[in-house]
Design a protein around this ligand. Structure first.
Ligand code: AMP
Length: 419
């Protein structure tokens, strides 16, 4: 059966998932970290239960394979020198062959690449041509850390798998349906025409995936639904989806805007930044770094960017408690705003690390929305990482927990462009 690879190439890492399509079965997944170093780390999970974390057996060697308890799931790990993305991909494909996951490179007939910025050029996934690749390069202005790495991944795969269909799947494309009153900032219009200064949003593939699953779970046509999707992970964004299209989203020109996140500030009055910069003697780069890396949950709590740590000490640590309250408060504000923008909502969907796993955070958010007619079923909410309706049967607005699956969405896009 044809296999499709979903790829997420970062500046020094490469994540992948190999799926059998159209069966949508994951046969391997892995990551290569620290590309460019002598001690790059390669991890490949495969076998029947690749999601199983219950791996036993241990080896002191750098290169080793561990087995899950039932012996069906396997994890290959190695620490080795990997110079660049080309070498990383070569190594990974060779290992997939050595481990018997594929017999031949030719079995991989499609490769879908996550690309962070698609600007206004891409409102859906596309087959990569020279022109597409040139545009991805030019869009590096909007995502300087990500687009160059994404393009590097595309080029490296094209060299090694020249016959596989190469597809670019953009984080921003789902949000290209936003109307101008939502994507424009109230700045002099010429900045939009001159520099493309507008809201692009992010996490589009995740919002698109959970919205389509929500429609299936609710047995409704997506085009008839008003949804608010809450992607709450280390990066967090909230999207209003009406008629199956993104109407508005909380991230902005960059993924720094919107709700408070693990280390990102979310929305801030821009004049405050100038005020702080002047007093602290901070350069623009330093200020941006503080907003991206030292703010959010970490900035307020002063102890951790991880929601689990904060929840653990929320009763005794005032700052952890404050960070949680701020997080909930920002989420609620966006949900309320989007209910008003859409003139109602049929379902609210929780996804990503915090949304999928944090029982108390989901409860805190839904309890604050009781007024609108959403009621939590505490027993149903008592789960992690499963698809489940967590509102009561009589709840006017449904609340759903749907684990995100961006890789599957990427593989589906590849499949649909193969035809
Ligand atoms: P993601 O970016 O989607 O991988 O989400 C990562 C974030 O999920 C981490 O920063 C954690 O704070 C959060 N997370 C994971 N599991 C839990 C949990 N059980 N409770 C609260 N937060 C969690």
């Amino acid at each position: 059966m044809a296999k499709t690879m979903a790829v997420n190439a970062g500046s020094s890492s490469l994540k992948f998932q190999l799926l059998e399509m159209p069966a949508e079965q994951v046969i391997a997944q892995g990551v290569i970290e620290r590309i460019g170093m002598d001690d790059a780390i390669v991890t490949i999970k495969y076998g029947a239960e690749i999601h199983s974390e219950r791996l036993v057996g241990h080896s002191e060697d750098d290169e080793h394979i561990t087995l899950s308890k039932d012996g069906k799931g396997k994890k290959y790990e190695n620490v080795t020198a990997i110079k660049n993305h080309q070498q990383a991909i070569n190594y990974m494909l060779q290992k997939l062959t050595d481990l018997g996951i594929i017999e031949d490179f030719d079995e991989i007939t499609g490769v879908g690449h996550r690309v962070v910025a698609g600007g206004e050029w891409f409102n859906h996934s596309v087959i990569v041509t020279d022109e597409v690749l040139a545009k991805i390069d030019r869009l590096a202005d909007y995502a300087p850390l990500h687009n160059p790495a994404n393009a590097m991944g595309i080029r490296a795969f094209q060299k090694l798998l020249p016959d596989a269909l190469s597809v670019a799947v953009f984080d921003t494309s789902f949000h290209q349906t936003m109307p101008d009153e939502n994507f424009l900032y109230a700045l002099p219009y010429e900045y939009y025409t001159r520099y493309g200064a507008r809201k692009y949003g992010a996490h589009g593939t995740s919002h698109r995936y959970v919205a389509s699953r929500a429609a299936e779970i609710l047995h409704k046509d997506l085009k008839q639904l008003k949804l608010i999707t809450l992607h709450l992970g280390a990066g967090a964004s909230i999207t209003a989806i009406k008629d199956g299209k993104s109407l508005d989203t909380s991230m902005g020109f960059s993924p720094l805007a919107g709700v408070a996140m693990a280390t990102r500030s979310g929305d801030v009055d821009p004049s405050l930044l100038y005020y702080i910069q002047e007093r602290e003697g901070l350069s623009n780069e330093e200020m941006l770094n503080i907003l991206n890396k030292k703010s959010g949950l970490l900035g307020i709590s002063t102890i951790s960017s991880d929601m689990r740590d904060l929840l653990e000490v929320q009763d005794t640590n005032e700052h952890a408690n404050m960070a949680i309250r701020i997080f909930i408060n920002r989420v609620i504000k966006y949900v309320g705003q989007y209910i008003a923008e859409m003139g109602g909502v049929d379902a609210i969907v929780f996804t990503a690390g915090i949304g999928e796993n944090s029982i108390p955070i989901r409860k805190m958010i839904i309890d604050k929305l009781n007024y609108f007619g959403v009621v939590l079923d505490e027993e149903k909410n008592n789960v992690r990482g499963q698809e489940v309706e967590i509102s009561t049967e009589n709840s006017k607005i449904k609340a759903l927990l749907i684990p995100t699956n961006e890789e599957l969405m990427i593989a589906r896009d590849v499949e649909s462009l193969k035809a």
